[in-house]
Design a protein around this ligand. Sequence first.
Ligand code: FES
Length: 102
Amino acid sequence: MGKIIVGKTTDIQPGKMIKVSVDGKEIMVANINGDYCALDDSCTHSGASLSEGKLDGCKVICGWHAAEFDCKTGKLIKFPAKIRDISSYNVVVESDNVFLEM
Ligand code: FES
């Protein structure tokens, strides 16, 4: 498992998400009141960018059809149809650098 820097803590303000590209993969990184988490950016329903959706506490709501995923685990919380959970990644902050463990 490697550690990849994806930005500075100042790049991701509390309550915000950014999209980063790591090894050709798009990943959403969120700051939930100083607690960072990361998921695949592409919604498992129809591929919308989750970083363009909305954060609501510890969940991200897809902007297209409102699927809700737990930001920490990637577990599907709510959607009318069964769709897959989404991959989640461990986020580590060292001084003011934000890293993904992949
Ligand atoms: S693309 Fe995300 S809920 Fe449909």
